[in-house]
Design a protein around this ligand. Structure first.
Ligand SMILES: Cc1cc2nc3c(=O)[nH]c(=O)nc-3n(C[C@H](O)[C@H](O)[C@H](O)COP(=O)(O)O)c2cc1C
Length: 398
């Protein structure tokens, strides 16, 4: 680990409102025409990209917004280490979000973000205008949406408050819509990404497709980024930053069940699969999960899963909105709620979202700050002589 550049020394990075405008990266060209190169450039002892300059962070590392898992301790740890921590929101009332934002601001002065899942086809979707207003009031530096595009007025309200608005997309079509809607960043969610996943293209190919849409848009790579090599390869091949999920579940600060973390350490590339099996809470949505007993038993029969409520069987208990509302929840069979430290029951029955390509690169549970710094410092060294970084990423066809 490089202590001089571990993100903890020196003054906090500026918050977006302090310095950077959305085009700040471009102003780094010193008045020369054209946008700066999309690939990273090494500046002194830091790994600088258009992302780090735009948001005011030390490393082009963004923690994936993961519902249930990415709570304030993980967000704070990632941001304090020099990355961008990202709060994951489960279906929670705005007052829970407000409490989480307060906790983050008490823990770090550095930039952070909030990730929302939007399902325009779902009338009682998890994310409402009240959630957006909560972010506007808190002047959240970055807000990311996933699944469906949000209503335009949400984007406008956030941008008017100085918030950067990004979209996690698995297809060029959605990426193009995000651009048209005025969003400022794209997270290219490759097919190998863990969790809810709409992509069918491997991560780095998708990065290239998004880059071809717009040369000056921020593009982050999501799916299979879990060590210095995978991060360096993504940066070398045109990503402005990496968006890291599975690796961060196997961190000390992640709010995940210890046995779930251990599964990520023990697991390998072929141990996950895409399935629509889980989710009476939000049915029919494709996820990449660990192939546990229930997934194996139902493989190929997902369409025959009984509709929500039809099966009285339960698989465990958990606690929702921990530390704020503390609601006890009995998990129905096929629940899509992942196991946290509050969950009791058999993990072989539960949804364990993860990416196999990432799992193959995870050896141990570590503090999140150490994950950020080690991954980025290794990437920085590899990028100094980038032989071998041109190769494609592993297309995890599990
Ligand atoms: C446990 C878990 C929960 C996730 N929850 C969310 C979420 O709430 N919102 C979201 O936008 N993406 C979510 N994702 C997907 C991530 O944003 C990201 O696409 C993925 O983790 C990247 O691939 P990787 O896991 O190989 O790093 C989740 C992923 C995992 C593994």
């Amino acid at each position: 680990m490089n202590g001089a550049n571990d993100g903890r020394s020196g003054p906090p990075a500026p918050l977006p409102g302090d310095a950077a405008s959305p085009t700040d990266g471009e102003s780094d060209t010193g008045g020369l025409p054209g946008p700066p190169p999309a690939i990273c450039v090494l500046e002194g002892n830091a790994l600088k990209t258009r992302l780090t300059r735009a948001v005011g962070i030390h490393y082009p590392f963004v923690g994936a917004g993961m519902a249930f898992v990415s709570l304030p301790p993980l967000v704070i740890a990632v941001s304090e280490a020099g990355g961008l921590g990202m709060l994951g929101t489960a279906p929670e009332p705005p007052l829970v979000l407000e409490a989480r934002l307060k906790a983050i601001r008490a823990g770090t002065q550095r930039p952070y973000g909030v990730d929302f899942i939007v399902d325009r086809a779902e009338p009682h979707g998890f994310t409402s205008r009240d959630h957006i207003d909560t972010c506007v009031a808190a002047k959240v530096p970055v807000v990311v949406f996933h699944w469906s595009l949000p209503p335009l007025e949400w984007i406008h309200a956030l941008k008017a408050a100085g918030t950067r608005v990004w979209m996690q997309a698995g297809t060029v079509d959605v990426a193009r819509q995000a651009l048209d809607a005025g969003m400022e960043g794209l997270i290219a969610q490759g097919r190998q990404a863990g969790g809810r996943n709409l992509g069918s293209t491997p991560t780095l190919a998708l990065v290239r497709e998004f880059r071809a849409l717009s040369s000056d848009m921020l593009v982050l790579a999501a799916g299979g980024i879990a060590d210095g090599f995978s991060a360096a390869r993504a940066l070398h091949q045109g990503a402005d930053g990496v968006w890291v999920g599975t690796r961060l579940i196997a961190s000390v600060e992640a709010y995940a069940h210890p046995l779930y973390k251990q599964r990520l350490v023990d697991g390998d590339a072929g141990d996950t699969t895409l399935t629509t099996l889980f989710g009476p809470e939000w049915p029919g949505k494709r996820m990449r999960v660990i192939r546990n007993r229930t997934v194996r038993e139902w493989a190929g029969r997902e369409s025959r899963v009984p509709p929500p409520g039809a099966v009285p069987e339960t698989i465990g208990t958990t606690r929702l909105f921990p530390g704020v509302l503390d609601v006890q929840y009995v998990m129905p069979k096929f629940s899509s709620f992942l196991p946290t430290p509050d969950t009791q029951g058999d993990l072989e029955e539960m949804s364990l979202p993860a990416g196999g390509a990432s799992m193959s690169r995870i050896d141990t549970v570590q503090p999140a700050g150490q994950i950020v710094v080690e991954m980025m410092e290794r990437a920085r060294r590899l990028l100094e002589s980038p032989e071998g970084l041109d190769e494609e990423d592993e297309d995890d066809r599990g």
